[in-house]
Ligand binder design. Structure first.
Ligand code: HEM
Length: 362
């Protein structure tokens, strides 16, 4: 690293004159300044700064996955950057409580001056959602319309253009689909896996049928759930059935990617899968953290507004609650647990394959 030529000043480097002059309460324009408006401005600005940092990390991750091959060293850096995103998200979720020190009356003392400004207009938040994989078709119905309608034409064009780029979800799907261990010479893992799941499901059926403590109604209910699980297993092992399930939105990952992710999760202790498994864990955590943020934000909104509508014109808490449940991205990594087998019944990998897993993953 070269030595710096010019002395650097703390305040100049951080452009503090601009940063600290950027809190301009609207309430001043209409009379007395509302004390809590400064907190409201600062907290939003801090969120936007952290969104910027998250996007900085995310774009670096996307660049790696755009390559046709991902080296282990690069994957290690990817996992490191995703971990940083997770830690920032935890901070973002904690921060909501600072805003909750503001009472609803304090908020109402300046809220109407802000109409029609709204979190709907946070471009960075929308970029984050889209880049992770929340494209229009996956949003809840009202959000499909609202997410562009409050924006300027250039902003709308920018988000539409971004929707045409591959998201992290899509790139990870491609990467998983390229995993070379799904069919291994004469060792057909999925055949063995299918037999193991049948044995496990039959054992579960027997437990339900012989459980004296269940009423007949409870027994029928549990057997129906078991049948549903068996159908999902069947779809997992049959490409055509899987395509049908994809159209219902129950899964989003392609068939190959789903099998690869499942294989990685089942054999996560194999050295070749270590980083891939960490990657899946981090993406799961990012989805969970984002969902927790939505939930905490929705709760805070209910506390501030009750059932009032939002400044951006949505139904407020009701709208946000529904996005919390539905605007998810990596849910397949959560639901995949349905398909995990206990170690005791998991097919043993032949030594020749275990040796290969010690070295290579692309
Ligand atoms: C008193 C505090 C807050 C209230 C009452 C509030 C209220 C709302 C409401 C009602 C919406 C739905 C859209 C609308 O109709 O306007 C919304 C959306 C949003 N808010 Fe807040 N908010 C608050 C604080 C924050 C903070 C601190 C952030 C941090 C960046 C934030 C970020 C967002 C984002 C990104 C959306 C869009 C969410 C989506 O479309 O799924 N809000 N907010």
């Amino acid at each position: 690293m070269r030595k710096n030529q010019q002395p650097v000043n703390y305040a100049d480097y951080l452009q503090l004159d601009k940063l600290l002059a950027a809190q301009q309460p609207e309430s001043i324009k209409y009379g007395e300044e509302a004390h809590d408006e400064t907190l409201f401005i600062i907290i939003h600005q801090v969120y936007e700064l952290w969104f910027k940092q998250i996007l900085h990390e995310l774009m670096a991750v996307i660049t790696v996955f755009k390559n046709s091959k991902v080296k282990d060293q690069e994957l290690s850096l990817v996992v490191h950057r995703l971990e940083r995103i997770c830690v920032i998200q935890k901070l973002l979720n904690e921060q909501i409580q600072i805003l909750e020190t503001m009472t609803p009356q304090d908020f109402l003392s300046f809220r109407d001056y802000l109409i029609p400004a709204s979190g709907f207009q946070s471009i960075q938040f929308k970029v984050l959602e889209i880049t992770l994989g929340l494209k229009r078709q996956f949003r809840i119905e009202d959000d499909k319309q609202s997410f562009l309608s409050r924006l300027s034409n250039p902003q709308r064009a920018h988000l539409t253009e971004l929707e045409n780029q591959p998201s992290l979800f899509e790139l990870v799907d491609d990467w998983l689909s390229r995993m070379p261990f799904l069919q291994m010479d004469d060792f057909d893992f999925w055949q063995l896996y299918s037999q193991a799941t049948s044995t496990m499901l039959e054992s579960d059926r027997m437990i339900i049928q012989t459980n004296n403590q269940l009423t007949e109604v409870e027994r029928m209910k549990e057997l129906a759930i078991l049948d549903e699980t068996a159908d999902n297993f069947a779809a997992l092992l049959d490409v055509e059935k899987y395509q049908v399930v994809l159209t219902t939105g129950q899964f989003r990952l392609s068939h190959k990617a789903m099998l690869a992710a499942l294989f990685i999760k089942q054999y996560s202790e194999e050295p070749a899968f270590n980083l891939a498994h960490q990657l899946i864990q981090k993406l799961t955590q990012i989805d969970e953290n984002l969902t927790l943020w939505r939930y905490r934000h929705a709760m805070m909104v209910q506390r501030m507004l009750g059932t009032k509508i939002g400044t951006g014109g949505s139904s407020g808490h009701d709208y946000l609650k529904r996005t919390t449940e539905a605007n998810r991205i990596f849910t397949d990594f959560f639901n995949m647990s349905t398909f995990l087998l206990p170690k005791a019944v998991l097919p043993q990998l032949p030594e020749s394959i275990r040796k290969k897993l010690g070295f290579y993953l692309s």
